[in-house]
Design a protein around this ligand. Structure first.
Ligand code: SF4
Ligand code: SF4
Length: 131
């Protein structure tokens, strides 16, 4: 199972990951549209991103969520009705929603942010488990 692993102690909160992610997936440089969220909590970095736990798959009434061949949880936008059950359920609060985008969005472990992080605070790993 592929996922984006974070190293909080290396993060300098520059925002390069959010910029790259939102530009790649929402065609706009906007932290609120990024699938990874970095903020500062009492002087330390806090990075919120999907850990591919898959708990949301069972709560979706429209069967719009499933794992792909890499174990990454994906949203089928044709099936999604934007009921936001998954957004409310997500234990890591990393299923995001904006009223500017029709469906919720989440990290798909593409690795684009990994390549722009100047501090090596992000890495795509394969857990070797199916999920
Ligand atoms: S918002 Fe879409 S993906 Fe999420 S639970 Fe509802 S129908 Fe499923
Ligand atoms: S791995 Fe891809 S989808 Fe996930 S936060 Fe990074 S750029 Fe966004």
């Amino acid at each position: 199972m592929k996922l984006l692993k974070t190293y909080l102690d290396r993060c300098v909160q520059c925002g390069a990951c959010m910029s790259a992610c939102s530009k790649a997936w929402a065609k706009e440089d906007s932290p609120e549209l990024s699938r990874v969220r970095v903020k500062t909590v009492t002087g330390m970095a806090d990075i919120r991103v999907c850990d591919q736990c898959g708990g949301c798959i069972a709560v979706c009434p429209s069967l719009a969520l499933s794992r792909d061949k890499d174990g990454v949880v994906r949203i089928d936008r044709k099936k999604c009705t934007s009921c936001l059950m998954c957004v409310g359920f997500c234990p890591s609060a990393s299923m995001f929603f904006s009223d500017r985008i029709p469906s919720p969005y989440k990290c798909v472990a593409c690795g684009i942010c990994v390549r722009v992080c100047p501090e090596g605070a992000l890495e795509i790993i394969d857990t070797g488990k199916e999920g």
